[in-house]
Design a protein around this ligand. Structure first.
Ligand code: PAN
Ligand code: ZN
Length: 191
C-alpha cells in the first residue's frame, strides 16, 4: 500500500550517477526481460548463454496525497547493443487514455520513439537538457545510442498504468540499429 503524505517532500538527485534518494522502488530490466523486444533473437540467446546483463534501471517515488498521485521516475539506460540494435526500454502505452507524461533527459544521447494506435509515429532526439511532453495515447520508448549512460527523469500519474502487451507483440514503427558505425532508424519488419 502506498503511503499517503500531504506534506511537501524532497529527494536528492545526484547528477553524477543519475540516482536520487530516498526512492521507494527500483526496477531492473535485463536482456531476459526484453527477449521478445529485441528483433535479433539469436543475439539475445547468445548473450543469455553467457549471462543476463542489465539493460536499464528505473527508480520511482510515488508522491501520494489525499488528492493527488504524481510519480517521479528516473531511468538509467546502460550503453550497448543486442546484435546491432541499441539498448532501450521495453516501451509501453498508458492504460488510461487521458494520461500524458513528461521526460527530461539529464544526459546521454539517443531517441524517444512514440507511436499512436492509429499509425502515427514521431521521433525526438534526446540529449542533455531536452524535455518532451508525451501526450496521452502515444506509446513511448527510449533508445540509448551513446557510449555512456542515458539518464532521464519522468513525471506521470500512478493510475496511468503501463500496458506492455501491444509493444511486446508488434514493437514501434521503427527500430534503431547501428549501421556503418552510426545510429540509424529503419522500419520495423514486424509492422
Ligand atoms: C517511465 C518508464 C521507464 C521504463 O518511467 O516506465 O522509463 O520504461 P518501460 O516502463 O517501458 O520499461 C514511464 O514512461 N513511465 O510511465
Ligand atoms: Zn510512461
Amino acid at each position: 500500500m502506498l503511503q499517503v503524505n500531504d506534506y511537501p517532500i524532497s529527494v536528492r538527485f545526484d547528477p553524477e550517477v543519475g540516482i536520487f534518494s530516498p526512492c521507494i522502488e527500483t526496477i531492473e530490466r535485463r536482456v531476459s526481460d526484453l527477449r521478445k523486444v529485441f528483433y535479433d533473437h539469436q543475439a539475445v540467446q547468445s548473450i543469455l548463454n553467457s549471462g543476463d546483463r542489465l539493460i536499464y534501471e528505473v527508480r520511482t517515488y510515488p508522491f501520494i496525497t489525499n488528492k493527488s498521485d504524481m510519480t517521479l521516475g528516473v531511468t538509467r539506460i546502460f550503453p550497448g547493443k543486442v546484435g546491432d540494435e541499441y539498448h532501450m526500454t521495453k516501451g509501453h502505452i498508458h492504460e488510461r487514455d487521458d494520461q500524458p507524461e513528461i521526460y527530461y533527459c539529464v544526459y546521454g544521447c539517443g531517441y524517444l520513439l512514440m507511436d499512436t494506435l492509429n499509425g502515427q509515429f514521431r521521433v525526438e532526439p534526446l540529449e542533455s537538457g531536452v524535455i518532451v511532453h508525451i501526450p496521452p495515447m502515444w506509446a513511448h520508448r527510449v533508445v540509448n545510442t551513446g557510449n555512456g549512460l542515458l539518464v532521464f527523469v519522468a513525471c506521470f500519474h500512478v493510475p496511468a498504468g503501463h500496458d506492455y502487451s501491444l509493444i511486446e507483440r508488434q514493437g514501434f514503427t521503427q527500430i534503431v540499429v547501428e549501421s556503418y558505425g552510426k545510429p540509424t532508424l529503419i522500419p520495423n519488419k514486424k509492422r
